[in-house]
Design a protein around this ligand. Structure first.
Ligand SMILES: NC(=O)c1ccc[n+]([C@@H]2O[C@H](COP(=O)([O-])OP(=O)(O)OC[C@H]3O[C@@H](n4cnc5c(N)ncnc54)[C@H](OP(=O)(O)O)[C@@H]3O)[C@@H](O)[C@H]2O)c1
Length: 309
């Protein structure tokens, strides 16, 4: 039986990384019902304005710099930590991503639950075997983002350490491939297909993933918060149905007429599909069919690319 979701209505919620692809729809939705503070560096004025227009309070800080968090309130009910940086500079990326989550938790020790978003990029490449939460970790995304996997593994470790030291109910959710009407990996693939740019895939095909639609992650966040424990709950977080780069590109080709050009590269990420048993037990199944999600995405972002039906 899945946990009972928490009620976020009128709660005081801190969301980090609010301007990012994944968190922006969360800020938009939660700002309508809760008291949301959005934390990022906010180097661009338009980012700040966009978030304020959604009704959230903006707090500018760099998670790598603990002193920039000193003026942050410490009475949040819930924290959703989406912030991530992949500058390629190990010193900064480890400070912002790994020490950053520690800095944040130290400032928000009294939360009812802390939800840290990690990534399936923490898993070592392991062929098409669905990855369980205890599968070996590794430097999966090195080829494209040199610091990313290591920084995400380090961030999980700091997160667990601070949760254990201060008894903070915490969930670590390892995201697969989030996407929706505001973008995501399949949309990049569509643009590459349109321009005839080769899409790199691992030679062990198909390259499986668990696309996670924004509607599903919005629905599941209150469950992930309810699943938080002081021992720290770590769970995969993706769509219940696995699919593959090859399948979603073929479907986008059907919808648009643009054909994918695949280029095999043994250094490409490779399959990262999930064992969803623990996730289903905690938060239940997702509901958006990936084909419908992809069609919706193209309709929202580039309707002119759809072939007349
Ligand atoms: N997108 C995916 O396909 C995917 C897949 C798996 C997991 N995830 C995970 O999902 C979460 C969100 O990813 P995303 O793709 O939405 O990220 P994103 O688009 O790169 O956005 C990153 C966010 O973090 C903020 N940020 C960066 N450095 C910061 C710092 N030093 N201090 C404070 N804020 C900082 C950025 O704002 P400023 O630049 O203004 O600070 C921005 O709001 C991450 O934890 C990521 O690992 C994403």
């Amino acid at each position: 039986m899945p946990v009972r979701p928490v009620d976020l209505t009128a709660k005081k919620i801190l969301i980090t990384g609010p301007t990012g692809q994944v968190a922006l729809p969360v800020v938009e939705q939660l700002s309508k019902v809760a008291d949301v503070t959005a934390l990022a560096r906010f180097r661009q004025l338009e980012d700040r304005q966009k978030i304020e227009a959604m009704g959230a309070t903006v707090f500018a800080a760099d998670l790598a710099d603990a002193s920039s968090l000193q003026a942050l309130a410490s009475d949040f009910d819930y924290v959703l930590n989406f912030a991530v940086v992949k500058s390629g500079d190990f010193e900064y990326d480890l400070a912002a991503n790994a020490e950053g989550v520690g800095n944040l938790m130290m400032q928000c020790k009294n939360v009812r639950a802390f939800l840290h978003f990690s990534s399936t990029a923490v898993y070592e490449y392991g062929g098409q075997e669905p990855r369980k939460e205890d599968a070996p970790l590794g430097d999966n995304h090195r080829a494209m983002f040199p610091t990313y996997s290591i920084a995400k593994i380090a961030a999980e470790t700091v997160c667990r350490f601070v949760a254990h030291q201060h008894n903070i109910p915490t969930t670590i959710a390892r995201l697969s491939v989030p996407y929706g009407d505001n973008g995501g990996w399949p949309y990049f693939h569509l643009l590459m297909m349109q321009q005839g740019i080769p899409i790199e895939i691992h030679p062990e095909q198909p390259n499986y993933y668990n696309l996670l639609h924004v509607d599903d992650y919005l629905e599941k966040i209150p469950y992930l918060l309810a699943a938080a424990t002081k021992e720290v709950t770590t769970t995969n977080f993706g769509g219940s149905e696995k699919t593959s780069i090859e399948e979603w590109c073929a479907y986008m080709a059907e919808l648009t007429g643009f054909q994918p050009v695949f280029q095999q590269n043994p250094k490409a990420f490779g399959s990262l599909c999930l064992d969803t048993s623990k996730m289903h037990e905690l938060i239940g199944e997702t509901s958006v069919d990936w084909r419908q999600g992809i069609k919706r995405q193209i309709t929202a972002l580039a309707p002119e690319l759809l072939k007349p039906q």
